[in-house]
Design a binder for this molecule. Structure first.
Ligand SMILES: [Mg+2]
Length: 272
């Protein structure tokens, strides 16, 4: 992918508080690790439709019906608490029961209410619903997975072969589908499934394996990054993702990254 001309803000120098007035640096090389949902892709619509189908049609065997707008609203409100694929079906369970869940602790308690077998079933049904949607109408499915415009712009500015990895709980097959449909290419083997390993540990493993002195992890699930004590990993919370207002209040528990800050970071790391 060719590099577009420098962005106007880059010509003006850095203004982003995240970078603290740092000069662009080319060395040492850094591995950039990005979460997918809520960092690269706005997938809340697709996750709603897949989990609604998984819970109501496949799990509870209810007749197909239009989802009420209130359910969509409640789903968006609970989306920041998601940790794994089956949690999307847990959200539908919370909504159907009318549970009052307003924080991560409450969400995790609701998620634990399901047995290990039920959680496995939720996961299987969620992916079954997603696969069916994709295979039935690929364009419609892709339309429910929107790349954030500033992320599309950032990928367009990265040189070919940039050391970028995507680390997601989503199956790599689905990540690859969305990226390919949007003309975004990442190197072979750079879409990784985080599965049960904590993301910070997965990033450290990747950094060591690939021989990078440092790594950057951009996430929108605060719990995945707020305990970072590894000096070789810089973490950022993507303010544009599925975040709660309170996560963004100053002083923030983790460094915040705004869309313009991400573009500056890409310029600083990868500009040639
Ligand atoms: Mg995310």
């Amino acid at each position: 992918m060719g590099r577009a001309p420098p962005l106007p803000f880059f010509q003006r120098g850095f203004s982003c508080s995240v970078l603290g007035g740092m000069e662009p640096h080319r060395n040492p090389p850094t591995a950039l690790v990005l979460d997918f949902d809520g960092v690269i892709c706005d997938s809340v619509e697709e996750c709603f439709v897949s989990s609604w189908t998984a819970y109501h049609i496949l799990f509870r065997k209810e007749p197909a019906a239009e989802a009420p707008p209130a359910a969509r609203h409640a789903f968006s409100r609970l989306r920041p608490f998601i940790r794994t694929g089956e949690d999307f079906v847990v959200i539908q369970d919370i909504i159907a029961r009318g549970d009052a869940v307003s924080d991560q602790k409450g969400f995790d308690a609701a998620a634990r209410r399901a047995s290990a077998d039920t959680r496995r079933l939720f996961r299987d049904l969620f992916y079954q619903a997603r696969t069916t949607l994709l295979e039935r109408d690929r364009q419609a499915w892709l339309g429910l997975n929107r790349i954030y415009p500033h992320m599309a712009a950032a990928f367009a500015r990265m040189p070919r072969g940039a050391p970028v990895w995507i680390l997601s709980t989503k199956k790599p097959r689905f990540v690859a589908e969305v990226l390919a449909a949007n003309g975004i290419s990442v190197r072979e083997g750079h879409i990784l499934a985080s599965e049960d390993e904590p993301k910070l540990s997965a990033v450290e493993g990747l950094r060591e394996r690939e021989g990078f002195p440092g790594a950057i992890l951009v996430e929108d699930q605060i719990d995945a990054i707020k305990g970072n004590t590894n000096p070789r990993i810089r973490v950022f919370l993507a303010t544009w993702g599925y975040v709660k207002e309170e996560w963004l209040e100053e002083p923030a528990a983790v460094p915040l990254l705004k869309p313009e800050g991400f573009l500056e970071l890409v310029e600083a790391e990868f500009a040639r």
